[in-house]
Design a protein around this ligand. Structure first.
Ligand SMILES: NC(=O)c1ccc[n+]([C@@H]2O[C@H](COP(=O)([O-])OP(=O)(O)OC[C@H]3O[C@@H](n4cnc5c(N)ncnc54)[C@H](O)[C@@H]3O)[C@@H](O)[C@H]2O)c1
Length: 327
């Protein structure tokens, strides 16, 4: 097997590339480096600089490297940006996927793994979100992920491609500091950013219907997520792996914003109390995965907890920001 990992120079993609190469898989990366960094990748790993929107390049790369499976992570991922510029998100996330799937079908590739997101669910009012919970995304980013899933499954059926869509919940942490997320778009780096600016972390709403009044989420260590990709890739190579599979990738355990901030305070040694602001419109009180299907179908379960996520993310923050605020 030779796997093409699109977006492999990004935060999650680099972890997936490392987990798959460590497990003995042959891997190459395609990334337009709009958000990725080549330094995240081992020097020997082939990196093609290019876009998933470039069909000719994709066809050439798939043929030249005799690619037999694709892991597609390349995408824009900022919710606010998707609200401000939805056409760009549809063009790059859905259009890029369509271009890639055309090239995959033409090359006769039969295995395809797609990075989806819990954003496809929107804000369902359930204790645990299962894969059967109705999808109702609340922003264009989530819509592009849901449309992407539909496209992946339809192309799979039309061209005999076995597909897996992984719906990631809240990703955090790093397998090693140099692989850490350098953006400040998720709660863990946002809290680090506040602390290094000498400001108190913020909590948006402590009057939600949750045990401590703050929002509850399902945090997943990126190293566990990378192992889920490896398990999914292995499943796709089994002889009976036809059809499509869509699974949640979470821990099945809720952690409140206040609990998370307490852990971050312990890890950073800066346990200043958070300030409470008004609720943000559209924030679901609770979003926690049912993780049973991933265990059943992929034989995968998350192993790492929130403390490991916070500690490893903090080491990455210190390496990339040197104790300074983010850009
Ligand atoms: N980080 C999360 O919490 C999270 C949660 C759910 C789903 N996801 C999904 O996981 C995937 C990876 O996310 P990430 O957090 O590693 O983001 P990231 O921005 O670090 O990585 C995305 C990578 O894709 C590359 N890229 C973007 N558009 C491209 C294109 N058209 N052609 C080629 N390369 C392109 C970027 O340069 C970057 O290296 C995305 O599909 C994202 O939607 C992320």
């Amino acid at each position: 097997m030779t796997w093409l990992i699109t977006g492999g120079a990004g935060y999650i993609g680099a972890h997936v590339a490392r987990a798959m190469t460590d497990a003995g898989e042959r891997v190459l990366v395609l990334d337009d480096l709009s958000a990725g960094r080549p330094a995240r990748l081992p020097a020997h790993l082939p990196l093609v600089e290019g876009s998933s929107l470039d069909g000719d390049l994709l066809k050439r790369v798939l043929a030249e490297h005799a690619v037999t499976g694709v892991v597609h992570l390349a995408a824009r991922k900022q919710v606010g940006e998707s609200v401000a510029d939805p056409t760009r998100y549809y063009r790059e996330n859905v259009g890029g996927l369509a271009t890639l799937l055309e090239a995959v079908a033409e090359a006769g590739i039969r295995r395809f793994l797609f990075s989806s997101s819990a954003a496809v669910y929107g804000n369902p009012d359930v204790d645990l979100i299962t894969e059967d919970t109705p999808c109702a995304p609340v922003n264009p980013y989530g819509e592009t992920k849901l449309a992407g899933e539909w496209l992946v499954r339809a192309a799979g059926r039309a061209h005999g491609i076995s597909t897996v869509c992984l719906r990631y919940f809240n990703v955090a942490g790093a397998a090693s500091p140099e692989l850490a997320d350098t953006g400040v778009f998720n709660i863990v780096p946002m809290v680090f950013d506040r602390l290094t600016r000498d400001e108190a972390p913020r909590i948006f709403g402590d009057d939600h219907p949750t045990p401590d009044g703050t929002c509850v989420r399902d945090y997943i260590h990126v190293a566990d997520l990378a192992e889920a990709h490896l398990a999914a890739a292995r499943r796709l190579t089994e002889p009976d792996a036809s059809g499509d599979l869509t699974v949640n990738i979470g821990r099945g355990e809720g952690v409140s914003v206040r609990e998370l901030i307490t852990v971050i305070g312990e890890v950073t040694g800066d346990a200043r109390p958070a300030v409470v602001r008004a609720r943000r419109p559209g924030d679901a009180p609770r979003a926690v995965a049912c993780a049973a299907l991933a265990a059943e179908k992929l034989g995968w379960t998350a192993r790492r907890g929130v403390r490991e996520m916070a500690e490893s993310a903090w080491q990455g923050w210190l390496l990339h920001h040197g104790g300074r605020p983010g850009d």
